[in-house]
Design a binder for this molecule. Structure first.
Ligand code: NDP
Ligand code: OXD
Length: 315
């Protein structure tokens, strides 16, 4: 029985080299590169698999999603209903995301874009900068990535609070839960960091109505929006309009409704916006493959799988 690797937009060579090094006893095949009998595939390692592939593997026992977000997989019409799906939870990815979030929050808080503009114009001019403890950062999605980002931001000195689907009584910061708590959470948020998965409930959540509920009495005047969750959670026309009107003082986006971001998107011209091309936390084969192989071994030893996707919730 074999392991099948499939990704529609990642090059496979590095993944296979690491797999062969970490688990040389396993037969590894790449969809679209090797010929194989579908009945021999036991595990699929996937990132946006081509439609029809997963349902064509009758002996498939486990699907390993090679990223943390499973929205693309959950939306696949051919996702086999009874095969467990394991998502990626890994310190390498978590720490990378923590770095990106800290960089973006600091960029806007410390007015890095305005200073760069002045530097380009050879202008020596100071700007007011509050200290971190004056800023209230609200994290939407207090999961693996959100809780780590909260720790990093708290260490810098920000006043961090969170919002999630279920209560977190043991969290070191205040985390409120559910739709009923959202408005009060937004009203005391100067910097909104979104690390939500894309689900039916979160689609389009970051729109003009939500932006209008963010705090306006903070030290930066208008609020800041940072999103590295999924592009489908945001309404880009509303974000561009809010940046143009000053309803948002700044934003950083790593994910987009359509990726790559289309050339005619109004976001390219939006003021005080940092755009990164879905690179905040890229899966590293050196970190991910040992995690996947450990899970295969646990499965074969009858110990069960960790970080299973709950299909009902969609993440
Ligand atoms: P987790 O599943 O650990 O955390 C998700 C969090 O979102 C949980 O706290 C969950 O609440 C909360 N949540 C989900 N739905 C709702 C809702 N309807 N209302 C309120 N809260 C909600 O996921 P991760 O932290 O590992 O990853 C989060 C997302 O980050 C991924 O799904 C992916 O889309 C994105 N990502 C982006 C990357 C990039 O490069 N840009 C890289 C990696 C991930 P609860 O705790 O109650 O379940
Ligand atoms: C992920 C991603 O979900 O890279 O891991 O977006």
């Amino acid at each position: 029985m074999s392991v099948l690797f499939t990704s529609s937009d990642w090059s496979w060579e590095r993944w296979i080299a690491v797999l062969n090094r970490v688990a040389p006893e396993r037969r590894v095949l790449v969809h679209g590169v090797h010929d194989y009998d579908p009945a021999t595939i036991r595990y699929a390692l996937t990132w946006k698999p081509p439609e029809g592939l997963l349902s064509s593997l009758p002996g498939l026992e486990v699907i390993f999603n090679l990223g943390a977000g499973v929205d693309a997989l959950m939306a696949a019409p051919d996702l086999p209903p009874r095969v467990p799906v394991v998502r990626l939870v890994d310190d390498d990815l978590t720490y990378r995301m923590g770095e990106w979030v800290a960089l973006q929050v600091l960029t806007h808080h410390r007015k890095a874009l305005a200073f760069l503009e002045r530097q380009r114009a050879h202008r020596w001019e100071s700007l007011d900068q509050p200290i971190a403890s004056e800023l209230r950062v609200g994290i939407m999605g207090y999961g693996v990535l959100g809780s780590h980002a909260a720790r990093v931001l708290s260490t810098i000195g920000y006043r961090v609070h969170g919002w999630s689907r279920s209560p977190k009584p043991d969290a070191p910061i205040e985390v409120v839960a559910g739709a009923d708590a959202l408005d009060a959470f937004l009203a005391r948020t100067d910097v909104l960091v979104c690390l939500l998965p894309l689900t039916a409930e979160t689609r389009g959540l970051l729109d003009g109505t939500l932006i209008a509920k963010l705090a306006t009495d903070g030290p930066l005047g208008a609020s800041i929006l940072v999103n590295a969750g999924r592009g489908g959670v945001q309404v880009e026309a509303d974000i561009a309009a809010a940046l143009a009107s000053g309803a948002l003082a700044g934003a950083s986006l790593d994910v987009f409704e359509t990726e790559p971001l289309p050339a005619d998107s109004p976001l390219w011209e939006a003021p005080n916006l940092v755009i990164t091309p879905h690179v905040s936390a890229v899966s590293s084969p050196e970190a991910v493959i040992p995690y996947v192989v450990r899970q295969m071994e646990a499965w074969e030893a009858g110990e069960g799988l960790s970080n299973l996707v709950d299909r009902g919730r969609g993440y």
